[in-house]
Write a protein that binds this ligand. Structure first.
Ligand SMILES: [Zn+2]
Length: 306
């Protein structure tokens, strides 16, 4: 794709209501002077307020350094994968540094997350499933048998293990969040499942307290995976994808960014039947509708000032 084509695509995604004609992000003005930079980078000056802006000003890709083509390329490569994409692999695909690729991928995840912000699933006559899965905090067993400790005790654990809990409507959308344990997720679950939904869960004790609010169907996985219509297979499907992203691409997903990986898996799961082109357009559109990155705005300058 040429630079001009990438520019046209970005303009249409950023300003769909004017078919790609620039709209000032400062005052909403519809008339702008074309002030292209000497290197060819598109730039505009608002006729109403006189402020300067680019196609990505005020979006997730604000103050971008790479050509626009690279961002579209990254989104296309990212969407082509089904479980995830490692930053190292992306850096090789696009000829950019690992750090640039890593930040770019996290911005894509942030855009995906924007879609599930405040999402409530279910409703009257609908069915939702909940489940939890643990990530991170792995304690490696010692080499010699006599040095090994019982890793089931809390005192022998690293304390870094976190629980991803997913709420998923059957044949519908999902929304994940990260907690210390399944038991800490109850108010999240209550706020993300609409009244009147039938909630499916496994035999875990943590879910017992939800009985008062929802009609629950429980399935004991030691007896069956699905019994009398009760199952959590859709939630398990989600964890299958997230676990494969961990094993196959990232090797280790934990810590501060675990939620972003969980949201990525959720987005991929919800849009798994959409065509590749639709996924790319949707994700690029989300990135250009999102505000400046909360995670990575000024990321490069961090640690330099103080
Ligand atoms: Zn303006």
């Amino acid at each position: 794709m040429s630079d001009a084509e990438a520019e046209t695509t970005f303009r249409k995604l950023r300003w769909p209501e004017t078919d790609g004609e620039p709209v000032c992000p400062h005052c909403g003005g519809l008339k702008a002077y074309d002030c292209r930079r000497p290197n060819g980078a598109p730039r505009f000056e608002c006729r109403a307020c006189g402020k300067d802006f680019s196609i990505t000003s005020g979006t997730l890709f604000a103050s971008h350094k790479l050509p626009l083509r690279a961002y579209l390329g990254a989104i296309a490569v990212f969407c082509n994968e089904v479980k995830g994409k490692s930053a190292l692999a992306l850096s090789r695909d696009l000829g950019i540094s690992h750090k640039t690729a890593w930040v770019l991928l996290h911005k894509c995840r942030e855009a995906m997350a924007a879609e599930m912000k405040g999402r409530v699933v279910g409703g009257d006559g609908k069915v939702a499933e909940i489940d939890g899965g643990y990530f991170g905090g792995y304690v490696k067993p010692a080499n010699l048998k006599e040095h090994r400790i019982d890793r089931r005790f809390t005192s022998n654990q690293s304390g870094k293990r976190q629980c991803v809990v997913v709420v998923r409507e059957r044949n519908g959308n999902s929304v994940p969040a990260v907690f210390r344990s399944e038991g800490h997720a109850l108010s999240f679950i209550r706020s993300r499942i609409a009244k009147g939904t039938v909630v499916n869960a496994d035999e875990g004790n943590a879910w017992n307290d939800l009985q008062g609010q929802f009609e629950m169907r429980r399935v004991n996985h030691q007896e069956a995976y699905s019994l009398a219509g009760a199952c959590t297979n859709a939630a398990e499907e989600y964890f299958s994808r997230l676990r494969r992203a961990e094993i196959g691409h990232h090797h280790h997903i934990a810590g501060a960014y675990l939620l972003r990986y969980a949201q990525e898996a959720s987005w991929r799961e919800d849009h798994r039947r959409a065509s590749n082109g639709d996924q790319v357009n949707r994700l690029a559109g989300l990135a250009l509708k999102a505000k400046r990155s909360v995670d990575f705005c000024g990321y490069w300058q961090r640690g330099k000032a103080a």
